[in-house]
Design a protein around this ligand. Structure first.
Ligand code: NAG
Ligand code: NAG
Ligand code: NAG
Ligand code: NAG
Ligand code: NAG
Length: 495
């Protein structure tokens, strides 16, 4: 957000003469040790396993199976990639042909790794209720990030979270690990580009940026290594400093984000619809998808489309010469992202996946001032036309919920079968910049909270009912509950 610009410029004056030490994590003696694990839904029966190592692997491999003691399957790849200024290599392997909705155990092949577990994706069309979490604007904790006090007794040990960890949202995600099946994180992950806000890092920008990335993805690993972690870009993934400043080349233009997630996130899926046009559109969407920037996946009764609000549409904020000064992209051909979105939404067969959720970083509906108007101009019409049920954004550091709305006018049906999408802002997960005031109101706002870190759980109850619960991360207190009813009468929605 904007305040950072002044912080970066002001800090060197405060710390003139201070000794710089970026807190790079200690390299393990065994360089094959997996770090920064993250998994993702990669296809209808496929989970991808991503992890980093402090050396290049010739042949990254994962063993897996239905019991912790019978890891008889093995999948390998040759994908071990890095970029200048990174100390680590990003490895990825796809586990294909999995039984749906089944607990698997896996071990990244290394002389120093442990057995982890995941739940394989539900088949598109499985109408079993489930929940997903939306976490945006998360941030690193500890000396390089934001730390807050919390009650030690509330800390969960499964999966293991380091006792020094004071990040209430990651702790809550660990404590409730059995209550949700995957996480979406559209943008602003570790805030490594905020290294300038930590006085100790000020003279060592190149290492400070890498140190925060390494720490953050280590901190996230207990969650992201067990639950599919579906990411898309935010402004803080763009470069090592905002505006771009003197970042070395390896730290510009979403390089770490692409290296880390480019091979683990999916393209659009093949359609399982019997409708010919749906198959054609799904195939078109598959060709136009550009993971990790824009892509979609299906999971049970939900179709989720992840978007890039930073580059790749008219007047996008992070493009060369754009208002954020981030000098990034484009990543596709002109209009590719919007053509993808249209083909992708047109392909959704509501008999298979009645719910359609779209997620991106920058909102256009937000309390406290105007949101991203070029984003609204690019995307809102398509959301409405194809009957998107819920749009999830962040960027503004708090939690907000809006009544279904189109073109800044509330849908008269409210939460009872509206034609317009419902919108939420889920940017209150926690980061070094702190929370944003709720600020000025919009008439169709129904809830806004900025007193502590918080996040929403989105529950798909059945093909017609969805429930959103916002929780306070530090206590688990329920802050807001809403239910959306959608008839989903038509196999294909075009309005
Ligand atoms: C093995 O991995 C653990 C954590 O995963 C790490 O703390 C330890 O240093 C590693 N051991 C060696 C010999 O690299
Ligand atoms: C985390 O919280 C505990 C207990 O509130 C405190 O003692 C510790 O210093 C905190 N750690 C960090 C890194 O802030
Ligand atoms: C960013 O990367 C993309 C893809 O690698 C490239 O096409 C584009 O020109 C780059 N943009 C800038 C500003 O360097
Ligand atoms: C949006 O609302 C404005 C007036 O508030 C109107 O001029 C415009 O035509 C509307 N656009 C659409 C797509 O309905
Ligand atoms: C904004 O206004 C609406 C309608 O008057 C109200 O329901 C809502 O609580 C308000 N939100 C805030 C954050 O004040």
């Amino acid at each position: 957000m904007v305040s950072l610009y002044t912080s970066v410029k002001a800090l060197p004056l405060l710390v003139a003469g201070a000794l710089a030490t970026a807190s790079l994590p200690t390299k393990p003696a065994d360089l094959t040790t997996p770090v920064q694990q993250r998994i993702a839904v990669h296809g209808p029966n496929t989970i991808s396993i991503g992890w980093n190592t402090y050396e290049k692997l010739d042949r990254p491999c994962v063993q897996y199976g239905l019991s912790r003691f019978a890891l008889f399957e093995r999948a390998c790849s040759t994908s071990s990639i890095t970029y200048p200024t990174s100390r680590t290599w990003a490895n990825s392997v796809a586990l294909t042909g999995l039984f749906p909705a089944t607990t698997y155990y896996y071990k990244i092949v290394s002389s120093n790794s442990t057995v982890e577990q995941f739940f394989s994706p539900r088949m598109p069309g499985d109408k079993t209720p489930f929940a997903m979490n939306a976490i945006i604007d998360l941030g690193v904790y500890g000396a390089d990030g934001y730390t807050i006090q919390m009650d030690m007794s509330k800390r969960d040990t499964i999966p293991f979270i380091s006792p020094s960890m004071n990040h209430t949202t990651i702790s809550r995600l660990a404590e409730t690990i059995n209550d949700y099946e995957f996480i979406i994180h559209p943008g602003d992950m570790g805030y490594a580009d905020d290294w300038g806000m930590v006085p100790a890092d000020i003279d060592d920008s190149q290492n400070a940026y890498q140190a925060i990335l390494e720490q953050f993805f280590d901190q996230l690993a207990p969650i992201a290594g067990r639950k599919p972690y579906m990411a898309s870009p935010g402004n803080h993934e763009s470069a090592c400093q905002e505006p771009v400043g003197d970042c070395p080349n390896g730290q510009r233009n979403f390089t770490d984000f692409m290296t880390r997630f480019g091979n683990t996130l999916p393209t659009a899926f093949e359609s399982t619809s019997h409708n010919f046009e749906a198959k054609v559109n799904a195939n078109k969407a598959k060709l136009l998808a550009k993971p990790p920037f824009w892509y979609s996946f299906e999971y049970g009764m939900v179709h989720v489309t992840m978007l890039d609000t930073e580059t790749d549409f008219a007047d996008a904020p992070d493009i060369p010469g754009g208002p954020s000064g981030l000098d990034s992209g484009p990543f596709g051909a002109p209009n590719q992202q919007l053509q993808f979105l249209e083909a992708d939404l047109a392909a959704v067969d509501r008999k298979i996946t009645p719910w359609v959720i779209v997620a991106g970083h920058r909102p256009w509906y937000s309390t406290g001032g105007p949101g991203c108007l070029p984003c609204q101009a690019a995307f809102e019409g398509l959301f409405y036309k194809y009957g998107v049920d819920l749009a999830v954004f962040g960027h503004v550091h708090n939690s907000q919920r809006f009544m279904p709305v189109f073109n800044s006018t509330a849908d008269p049906a409210g939460m009872n079968n509206p034609k317009a999408p419902m919108y939420i802002v889920a940017g209150g997960a926690g980061n070094i910049e702190g929370l944003s005031d709720v600020g000025s109101n919009l008439s169709f706002n129904a809830f806004a909270y900025a007193d502590d870190y918080s996040y929403p759980t989105i529950k798909f109850l059945d093909p017609n009912n969805m429930q959103i619960d916002f929780f306070r991360s530090s206590t688990g207190e329920l802050l807001d509950r809403s239910k959306l009813y959608k008839a989903h009468k038509h196999q294909f929605t075009v309005q």
